[in-house]
Ligand binder design. Structure first.
Ligand code: DCP
Ligand code: MG
Length: 459
């Protein structure tokens, strides 16, 4: 195996960054830790420019509470509510993480691990307000901002360098301006693509800055644990550990056919990712998403109409939740159907009013799919939403079922709080269907919005 880890090093970055990045950013607060990864060999696998920035707030909800209640600073703060309740931890301060507390853990467990923890309730409206302030700071540097959750976003600064300097310089400015505006710290990754930028921002939290130069992607990823890669959750990690693979470099070195045998098509995608290859564009601002789609291939070809319709519902749930997360609606719905003979048809339909509601999109998908599935053995199904836009841009008057709107808003809020699998429709329970939030990696390059890819794992 290639000793990737010897081919890059970490160094005290301040002098290098200034030398490499030109002008010094005005800096507020302590100088962020920055890391520069370099390889002796350039792999040339991505060849892109260093223009993608990923920004993620540190211990977001807990940091807001510590900011607003100085007596909580330096203390183990656990956001989630009463530790005697059946709720879960939303997040906790870094002081609490030392005790093993983490997001999604039952509050009772958090109390056991950290008896001196200070438990505070979730103030969603406040965090939304702060989130908007942070996103506004990011848009000072480029309109190409793709918000992927309440506290993280990708930027493509390709068009902004003349104004603000190279991407690492913009990253420093962003860190300083977020501190100046909100008194909160962010961790930032700068790379040639979203995959590597996101791994970078996560690597030196809190208050981190990680820059991965073009050509260094594979070497940068190589020594890291496979779990840091998009698309590798606990089950895939277990299977890969079974093959003796622990690091991303070991994954990249695995013969492609071994990976495909173990993980199917997902294996091929992972192999690319392990090399730091990712062509997913930043979708936001001027560059609107073109489509949001979910598709799934059945393990065994299916003829049962009820199963096909349930699967369409699961796929529609995923698509519509992503539309809502991104605050956009679809004017057109399309379905894709592939039969056992590999014949593929796509059918599309304009909606009377642009929508992000599961029910509306599902009804359109059913209408499109029903004539096409009759008498066929179905191998693959997909649902996609196109003609996307902001509600105010594409709808003159809102014709929305208010009750349905309240239900989806509540469902989305629960999912945000408790995880994507917390809520599912009764008709989808225990059916062995794909989770609505799993995307087929084959559709990876279409314009995307919404949910971060870290949740993409196909299990
Ligand atoms: N969140 C939540 N429930 C989860 C995960 C997250 O309510 N299961 C909320 C609380 C977090 C916020 O979303 O503050 C952002 O999630 P992150 O995963 O970015 O976690 P943090 O920002 O808290 O910590 P980190 O410093 O690791 O980014
Ligand atoms: Mg965060």
């Amino acid at each position: 195996m290639r000793p990737f880890h010897r081919e890059w090093w970490l160094d005290a970055p301040e002098s290098k960054n200034v030398a490499a990045g030109g002008r010094r950013a005005s800096s507020v607060g302590p100088e962020p830790l920055a890391i520069r990864a370099r390889s002796l060999h350039h792999f040339g696998m991505t060849g892109g420019r260093l223009t993608i920035i990923h920004v993620d707030l540190d211990a977001f909800f807990a940091a807001v509470e510590q900011r607003d209640h100085p007596e909580l600073r330096g203390k183990p703060v656990i956001v989630g509510g009463d530790p005697g309740s059946r709720g879960v931890v939303s997040t906790c301060s870094y002081e609490a993480r030392k005790f093993g507390v983490h997001s999604a853990m039952p509050l009772t467990t958090a109390l056991r691990l950290c008896p001196d923890g200070i438990f505070v309730p979730v103030d969603g409206a406040k965090y939304q307000r702060v989130s908007r302030e942070v996103m506004a700071v990011l848009r000072h540097y480029t309109p190409a901002v793709e918000q992927v959750s309440i506290d993280e976003a990708f930027l493509d600064v390709a068009g902004s360098e003349a104004l603000f300097g190279p991407a690492p310089e913009i990253a420093r400015r962003i860190k300083a301006e977020v501190v100046a505006t909100t008194q909160l710290t962010v961790s930032v990754g700068v790379a040639t693509n979203k995959l590597v930028a996101k791994v970078g921002s996560d690597l030196r939290k809190p208050d981190g800055l990680v820059i991965v130069e073009p050509g260094d992607e594979a070497a940068f990823l190589a020594p890291l644990e496979i779990r840091r890669l998009w698309g590798i959750g606990p089950k895939t990690a277990d299977r890969l550990h079974g093959l003796g693979v622990r690091t991303i470099g070991e994954l990249a070195a695995l013969p492609a056919e071994t990976l495909t045998r173990a993980l199917g098509d997902h294996g091929a995608t992972l192999h690319d990712r392990a090399l730091g290859i990712d062509s997913d564009p930043v979708v936001g601002g001027g560059e609107a998403a073109k489509s949001v789609s979910h598709e799934t291939t059945f393990a065994v070809d299916v003829t049962d109409t009820a199963e096909i319709e349930r699967t369409l519902l699961a796929l529609t749930e995923g698509v519509s939740a992503r539309l809502r997360a991104a605050g956009i609606r679809a004017g057109t719905v399309a379905v894709k159907i592939r039969d056992s003979q590999f014949r593929t048809v796509t059918r599309q339909k304009h909606l009377p009013e642009p929508s992000d509601l599961t029910g509306t999109i599902w009804r359109a998908a059913l209408e499109l799919a029903r004539p096409e599935i009759r008498g066929k053995r179905i191998r693959l199904l997909g649902v996609s939403a196109t003609q996307l836009g902001q509600p105010e841009q594409i709808s003159m008057f809102e014709v929305v079922d208010q009750k349905q709107r309240r239900v989806v808003d509540a469902t989305d809020a629960v999912r945000r709080r408790f995880g994507e699998r917390a809520v599912t429709r009764a008709s989808l329970l225990h059916r062995g269907l794909p989770s609505p939030f799993e995307r087929d990696p084959a559709s990876a390059v279409e314009g995307r919005v919404g949910i971060p890819k870290i949740e993409d794992e196909i299990e």
